[in-house]
Design a protein around this ligand. Structure first.
Ligand SMILES: [Zn+2]
Length: 226
């Protein structure tokens, strides 16, 4: 039997979440309060901080994974170009998906402490947010916001950090992905390979045998990020 924290770590619990109409997002109540505070500070610099993606359940991540494995949803390479999945063997497919998508059960978005952010004040209201590195760099629509955010995160009392700031050969850099440290540091400590393996063994997961065979490597490269 899983205890409540284990269920939360795996994205199996939604009862601990709170909803903010202002952010149109569900997160852990402590995270939401801190994000609203960060949003107020951003507003002083004329940035409209918004959340692109917040809590995601195991079921939702499972659907994303399976659709990518089955070719029902595009899988992109490091340059953002579609991968020809039918040309890949099973192991290659698994690692192609992992470049941009977490395994169900292993997404930090399960925790209620992690979310994807952008600053919307200087963009066209019709603009479709893509969450690409190019959007955050000079010339991109969120470059100024990300420059402000980088300075903000360096403050000694900042409660947020970027777990995927750099590319270590696993997950692509995601400067927009923020973790609320008081919760996320703790959850990252509690999350284990055994917990994930037991959950995946039970799940209707595409490419399951290959995932389980490679789970040690996946865990080292894609999951233990703190
Ligand atoms: Zn994210």
């Amino acid at each position: 039997m899983l205890d409540p924290i284990q269920r939360q770590l795996l994205g199996l619990d939604e009862n601990f979440l709170a909803y903010s109409p202002e952010l149109n997002s569900r997160l852990h109540p402590a995270t939401l309060a801190a994000v609203l505070d960060l949003r107020a500070r951003a507003a002083k610099f004329d940035f409209d901080l918004r959340i692109a993606s917040s809590f995601r359940s195991f079921e939702r991540q499972l659907l994303i994974w399976n659709n990518k494995a089955l070719g029902l949803r595009p899988v992109l390479d490091s340059a953002g170009l579609p991968v020809e999945m039918h040309r890949l063997d099973e192991r290659e497919k698994v690692f192609a998906i992992l470049r941009w998508s977490a395994l169900p059960g292993a997404s930090r978005h399960h925790w209620g402490s992690d979310f994807d952010v952008y600053g919307a004040s200087h963009i066209d209201p019709e603009y479709q947010v893509q969450l690409t590195v190019a959007e955050t760099e000079t010339g991109g629509p969120f470059a100024e916001f990300h420059r402000w955010l980088a300075v903000e995160l360096q403050q000694f009392n900042s409660q947020f950090y970027r777990p995927y700031a750099e590319d270590h050969g696993g997950i692509a850099p995601e400067p927009w992905h923020l973790s609320y440290a008081p919760l996320a540091k703790n959850y990252a400590q509690l999350f284990t390979l055994d917990l994930l393996r037991a959950q995946l063994e039970l799940a209707p997961l595409e490419l399951k045998d290959t995932v389980l065979e490679n789970l040690d490597e996946i865990f080292q490269r894609y999951i233990r990020v703190d």
